[in-house]
Write a protein that binds this ligand. Structure first.
Ligand code: TRP
Length: 448
């Protein structure tokens, strides 16, 4: 069976060299594998959450679409589309909104960061926060679950969102699947080897640091950006420390082993920084020159790009439309014409119960959460070295044996065999904590 890989690109900016090395190039390479079934899309509904400048949104969609095509994405093999051309996505987003716990979304990093900032500045906690920002993870879950993606390549900051998609999908399956997995549960993939590219000043290349190298500017723009790369003040003839220079790191990201070895030897032999910059320019110009021409040709014919993207949307909808039909059916939005069931004849709906959600932490360890029926977190486990140990611990907790719950400030802790196994979030006061312990006991009570 093929592996479905899906990822979205938020259309708020112009792609730079860091985007190319870190995301676009690996994605295009992955899409060429024989067993790959890639869905890549412009997340332009997500862009509206961050940006209220229509001209910028429009420009960015065009530039990002042209970039991916110019760099060689094969739209006959991959499915390439704009999120906003798929009406099934916002419709699914609503179905998911109706099962996503508000408590779950309260914990999203992006939302929490905005609240914390408001509180810090003495503002109302929700000042300036839109429902778009709050519901961002639900829309992203709809993007992913709509196409039953197995793997979702993302940056580290997006891992939590993919986990939320899993969580929401799991809950939907549980409520409406009747024992069937309606949604495939996705996994985040972090490309460990793709080093993040340094920018002109040596910090991570990012638009927010204003230290980027343009991907498809003119040759002159490329040259000017390279001229601004910060180096030390060693004179021509003095040996340079290749390893310690981000100019060399940039070169490495695009050079063959042989080219890297040669450049390193030259730097260590005293090559002038000015010379070194012109080597980097030649390397990048050779790598990107042809694609730049294709990019300019595409940008000059936006109507052709429109056709390509509409064809991509039609292809994606051949999957989305029938699947959404199944999902509408599952939740009870059914045609009256096919009404055969007698009222009350429907199988009793599965009770909403507490559940364990396991996940991989950013440091690679395995943990689980225990969520109550409404999706509120009751317990976060300690990190485990492997998934099996985590699984065994969560099984033990459900085995019906007496629970060792200990007070711990505003929170409580759960112990097993004299070892701390997990902790609750902090509660507002002792009463709330006791209510939390009661919900924990109820959640872990053996089911009849
Ligand atoms: N939120 C992602 C980002 O900012 C973009 C995105 C939207 C996405 N929907 C997605 C990524 C679905 C992966 C899958 O990077």
């Amino acid at each position: 069976m093929s592996t479905r890989i899906l990822t979205g690109i938020t259309t708020t900016g112009t792609p730079h060299l860091g985007n190319y090395a870190g995301a676009i190039r690996p994605a295009i390479v992955a899409s060429r594998a024989a067993d790959a079934d890639s869905f890549y899309f412009l997340a332009d509904y997500h862009a509206l959450i961050k940006c209220d400048e229509p001209a910028r949104i429009q420009r960015s969609r065009l530039e990002i679409a042209a970039t991916w095509l110019a760099l060689g994405l094969d739209v006959d093999k991959a499915t390439f589309y704009r999120q906003s051309d798929i009406p099934e996505i916002p419709e699914l987003c609503w179905l998911l909104t109706c099962v996503a716990g508000k408590g779950l979304l309260n914990r999203a990093h992006a939302y929490k960061a905005s609240v914390d900032k408001n509180v810090e500045q003495g503002e109302d906690p929700d000042a300036g926060i839109t429902m778009g920002l709050f519901s961002y993870p639900v829309l992203m879950a709809a993007d992913i679950l709509m196409f039953n993606a197995h793997k979702v390549p993302v940056g580290r900051d997006q891992i939590q969102h993919v986990e939320m998609a899993r969580d929401i999908g799991q809950r939907f399956n549980h409520l409406f699947g009747n024992g069937k997995e309606l949604f495939t549960l996705p996994e985040a993939v972090i490309e460990e080897e793709v080093a993040t590219l340094p920018g002109l000043d040596g910090r991570k290349m990012s638009k927010s640091y204003d230290n980027t190298i343009p991907l498809f500017g003119t040759a002159k723009q490329l040259k000017d950006a390279i001229a601004r790369i910060v180096t030390d003040s060693k004179l021509p003839g003095e040996p340079k420390d290749a390893e310690g220079s981000h100019l060399f790191t940039l070169y490495q990201a695009f050079a063959s082993q042989a080219q890297q070895a040669e450049f390193r030897a030259e730097l260590e032999g005293g090559l002038a920084w000015g010379e070194a910059k012109s080597r980097l320019f030649q390397l990048l110009d050779a790598e990107l020159g042809e694609a730049r021409e294709r990019y300019n040709a595409l940008i000059a014919k936006p109507a052709d790009l429109e056709d390509i993207l509409l064809a991509g949307a039609a292809k994606a909808r051949r999957t989305a439309t029938p699947f959404l039909g199944e999902l509408r059916e599952a939740v009870g939005l059914r045609s009256f014409r096919e009404q055969v069931q007698v009222v009350g004849g429907e199988k009793k709906k599965a009770a909403k119960t507490a559940r364990f959600v396991s996940f991989r932490d950013e440091d690679g360890s395995f943990r689980f959460r225990l969520l109550d029926a409404s999706g509120e977190q009751l317990l976060l486990s300690k990190p485990f070295a492997d998934g099996k140990a985590a699984g065994q611990a969560s099984k033990r907790l459900q085995s019906g044996e007496a629970l060792d719950v200990r007070e711990q400030g505003e929170a409580f802790a759960l112990w097993l065999d004299g070892e701390l196994i997990g902790e609750s979030p902090a509660f507002a006061d002792a009463d709330a904590r006791e209510a939390g312990v009661a919900r924990l006991r109820e959640a872990l009570a053996p089911q009849e």
